[in-house]
Write a new protein. Sequence first.
Length: 327
Amino acid sequence: MANWAFTQGVHDIGNGVYGYVQPDGTWGWSNAGLIVSRGETLLVDTLMSRSLTRTMLADFARVDGGDHIDRLVNTHANPDHFVGNGLVEGAEIIATVETAREMGGFDPVRFASLADNWRAMGDAGAFLYETMGRKFDWSDLDSVAMPNRTFEKSLQLSVGDTAVELIDLGPAHTASDTIAWLPQQRVVFTGDLLFNEGHPIMWDGPIENWIAACEHIIALDPEVVVPGHGPITDTVAVANLRDYFRYVRDEARRRFEAGMGWKEAGRDINMAEYRGWTDPERIVANVFALYRQWGAPLAPEDGADLFGEMGRYARELAGHEGCGHDH
C-alpha cells in the first residue's frame, strides 16, 4: 500500500474509521483519528491549538455520525496531541496514569507566551519560535482539559460494534506512549511511536523500548497505520523507523565508546540514507538521549539547551544545502 496521499484533513479509512492528517508533519503538525459505530464515537488525540482542533471537529462533523464526540484518548503528553482537549465538551478523556501525570505539569499560559517571550530564551527560544511559535495560534489558550479516566498498560473499549484496544508501549518517545488498535478493521493509530518520513525525537527512551514498540506494531499485522506525524501508511514505515533506531544506536555507541561528545557524535553520524526525512536536527537530541541512557557525564545545561542545540544544528544543515553534505 505504501503511503496514502499526504493531504490536509479527513481520510476515510473505511468501516467508520477516519484519519486526520496535517502536512507537513513537522514540529506540531500532528495527526488524529475518529472511530464511529452505531452512534458512538472515539476521538484519538486533539491538535496543537484550539483553532486547529475546532477545524478538525468541524471536518469530522461532516462524516456520518461524527457530529459529536463521546470519548477522547490522548496517546501521550506532548501538547500537539492534547492542547485542543477543552473543545470536546462533555467527553470522557482517557489516558494512561503516566500520561495524565505528565499532562498535569503542562502550563498553558507559559506555553502560550512563547510567541511573545522567545527572544529572552536565547537559541532555544529562537528555534522554538521558528518551528512552532510563529505558526500556531495560542491567543485563546488559558487552560487544557485533563483526562478524567486513566488506565495502566492496556484498556479494552467498545465503540458501538468496534473493538478498540489501547496499549501502552512506552516509555519510548515519552514516559508513556499509547497505541489504539482496531483488530476487526486492522487499523492502528500509533501516536508518536511513528513519525513517517520524519526524524523521530526520543524525549524519554530507552531506545530498546521504542524498537520493541515498532516490533509490536508490526506483529499486529495492521493493514493501515495512522502515524502521529506524516502520511497514513503501512508497516513498511514502522520497519523503516525501527531500522533508523538500530542504525543510530549502533553508530552513536561506537562514538560514545571512542570518547566523542554527544554534540559532535550527532553531527558525525552519516544520515545520508535518511536525507529525505524532515526535521534532521533531531538526530542530536536522539544521540543526547542515548548518551544519557548509557550514563555519560552530562551537565545540567546540556539538557536545558537541547532545543538551542537543535536550532544551531538546523542552521548548520541549512548552510550545507546544495553542497553535497552527507547529512
